[in-house]
Design a protein around this ligand. Structure first.
Ligand code: PLP
Length: 412
């Protein structure tokens, strides 16, 4: 095994586990990545050294905890190249971030007859908030379809985004197809029509450098647990001038400047959107995750994922009876390959792989409209990360062929 990968794997004790008496091969990274020891240790250190509520007490511990918490906001701001840390809202995850935008910006700005444009490959988290908003407001939801390469059809986007469009909501990377979407071009189309663009970055952050200013994104959402961080923490980036005009999402402690019997004045952004005690440990863990990514290097991560996908993609495609979905060129993808094997249900295939210690995802990947468009109910999805090795890819390919032959020919 490559020395660097071996060294990186040392940070992930779970990778030494056996599953069903075989060494674990974890290929479900698009669902959740594993956590390096440095992240768990950072959370433990916080609890043993700084634990107190934030933005409340005047006591020293509370002030330390607040300073620490706010320093992570600065770190996230730098990580995604936002202009100001006021544009960084901590949420419970990507889903929460997207719901926040729909429930505040969407409620405030969408009227009957307006149009919201999403792509057909959206995860339900970036579809349902817009679909339900459109239903509530008697607005129209339009879908950008796939082109012949099973990527986002930019020509169709040009037709669908019009002067009636108020919101364009698209994933930077599809969790089911693995393709990278042309966010800059979509942002340009949205802005030419005075619409905003909401980007679902769940499958992009941590895979390559994300620069919200270069993308010209108005809102950008992502989750900690898909980038080596803990569960239950996420980020919403929003342009300050938009966040300032939006009503609060949830009401309660910490999000007010003043409360009287009759009314309330909201705290400035981003506190206006962080009601109640936040997930402080999650925020600390997120710092650890960014440190880990920066220590390995985003270029190295992208290169290694590309190396594995370039290795895997042609080898999967050459197995007879296998259909791979999404772009055929690895450079148009991140770390995801979705496929089906003729005559084998994805759940049966995933279960058979699991019996050999190989963990993959099977299902509709929370993208049912996309599955319908592809003409399937579900697929098997393999998703790699920086700690996966070429040897693991070989083992996966070997077992895949064996399972396929077993299902097709039975035991001889
Ligand atoms: N968007 C995409 C593209 C995803 O892949 C996912 C999760 O799989 C989400 C949104 C939702 O993320 P979370 O469950 O962390 O809120």
């Amino acid at each position: 095994m490559d020395k660097n990968i071996k060294r990186i794997r040392e940070n992930f004790p779970i990778l030494k586990r056996q599953i069903n008496e075989s060494p674990l091969i974890y290929l479900d990274n698009a669902a959740t990545t594993q956590i390096p020891v440095s992240v768990s240790k950072k959370i433990m250190d916080f609890d043993e050294t700084y634990r107190a509520n934030v933005h409340r007490g005047v006591h020293t511990l509370g002030m330390w905890a607040t300073e620490y918490y706010e320093s992570v906001r600065e770190k996230v701001k730098n990580f995604i190249h936002a202009k100001s840390k006021k544009e960084i809202v901590f949420t419970s995850g990507c889903t929460d971030s997207l719901n926040l935008v729909a429930a505040t910006y969407g409620e405030q700005n969408i009227q009957a007859g307006d149009e919201i444009v999403v792509s057909i490959m959206e995860h339900h988290s970036n579809l349902l908030p817009w679909q339900q908003l459109a239903i509530r407001k008697h607005a129209k939801l339009k879908f950008i379809e796939l082109d012949s390469k099973q990527q986002l059809d930019l020509a169709d986007a040009k037709n669908k985004i019009t002067s009636k469009t108020k919101i364009v909501a698209v994933a930077q990377v599809s969790n089911a197809l693995g393709c990278i979407n042309p966010i800059k071009e979509l942002a340009k189309l949205a802005h030419q029509n005075n619409a905003v663009i909401v980007v679902d970055g769940a499958q992009a952050v941590g895979h390559f450098d994300v620069d919200v200013q270069k993308l010209d994104a108005d809102f950008y959402a992502f989750s900690g647990h898909k980038m080596f961080g803990p569960d239950g923490i996420g980020v919403l980036y929003g342009r300050k001038k938009l966040l300032e005009k939006m009503p609060p999402y949830r009401l309660g402690g910490e999000m007010i400047a003043d409360v009287t019997r009759e009314g309330a004045v909201w705290a400035p952004v981003p506190q206006k959107f962080e009601a109640g005690t936040p997930n402080i440990e999650g925020v600390i863990g997120l710092e650890g995750a960014i440190d880990f990514i920066e220590c390995v290097g985003l270029n190295e991560i992208r290169q290694h994922e590309q190396y594995l996908i370039r290795y895997l993609l042609p080898r999967i495609q050459e197995i007879t009876g296998i259909i791979v979905y999404g772009p055929k060129d690895a450079s148009d993808r991140t770390s995801v390959i979705s496929f089906n094997v003729h005559g084998i249900h994805p759940h049966d295939l995933a279960t058979a792989l699991d019996l050999e210690g190989i963990e993959v995802r099977a299902g509709h990947h929370c993208a049912q409209p996309l599955m319908k468009t592809l003409g399937v109910e579900s697929t098997v999805r393999v998703s790699v990360a920086i700690y996966n090795s070429q040897e693991e890819m070989d083992k996966f390919l070997d077992i895949l062929v064996q399972i396929k032959e077993f299902f097709q020919n039975g035991l001889r």
